[in-house]
Ligand binder design. Structure first.
Ligand SMILES: Nc1nc2c(ncn2[C@@H]2O[C@H](COP(=O)(O)OP(=O)(O)OP(=O)(O)O)[C@@H](O)[C@H]2O)c(=O)[nH]1
Length: 177
């Protein structure tokens, strides 16, 4: 059984306002990500604030540690609720392939270009907990991927929205202009 998790925390400092609420093709990035995950599995949003109507959980062990703390929260919930796998994406990952779980599988794996998009076995929870509890470690997605021996999957053309210009470029592409 697989649990989906949209990572929707972070400061959106390059974007200038909460990018989860920015709109693309008439829907917020959050609604689009949730909609994509809901096609594959049950899901939660991991963020520092409620994102109703989607079920939202806080980062573990605390906010402001980056996306890995969102992965940790999702893996802990998955373990407690009896899931085997966690499928993660960023709220700013636009254009997820329709076959995302198959494109990533078998776990553990993540996209080389965007390691927040990944498929993680629930037993990776002990690795992420140890990593985030060690102040001497890099709390980065790539370090986590390395420690769990994740395959880095190449070739995925998923856009990553960091700035308003990134979003404008995507809109121009979907308008064909
Ligand atoms: N749950 C959670 N998600 C995060 C956190 N930091 C970043 N993310 C998510 O991870 C993805 C990639 O993060 P970044 O592009 O670095 O997002 P950001 O930190 O908000 O952006 P900048 O402040 O501009 O660097 C996005 O979907 C963010 O929403 C965090 O501390 N907790």
């Amino acid at each position: 059984m697989m649990l989906g998790a949209v990572l929707a925390g972070g400061g959106s400092t390059r974007f200038g306002s909460d990018k989860a609420l920015a709109e693309h093709e008439g829907h917020t990035l959050l609604a689009r990500a949730v909609d994509a995950l809901s096609g594959w599995c049950e899901y939660v949003v991991v963020a520092g604030r409620p994102t109703a109507p989607a079920p939202t959980i806080p980062d573990w062990p605390r906010p402001d540690m980056g996306p890995l703390a969102g992965i940790a929260a999702a893996l802990r919930l998955a373990r407690d609720e009896g899931y085997d796998l966690v499928l993660t994406c960023g709220v700013d990952s636009v254009g997820l392939p329709e076959n995302l779980p198959e494109a990533l599988g078998p776990a553990p794996a993540c996209f080389a270009s965007q390691p927040v998009i990944g498929l993680w076995p629930v037993d990776a929870v002990s690795v992420v907990e140890a990593l985030l509890s060690d102040p001497g470690e890099r709390h980065s997605m790539l370090r986590f991927a390395e420690l769990v021996d994740a395959r880095l999957v190449e070739g995925a053309a998923v856009a990553n929205v960091n700035t308003p210009a990134d979003l404008a470029a995507l809109s121009r592409r979907s308008d064909g202009t």
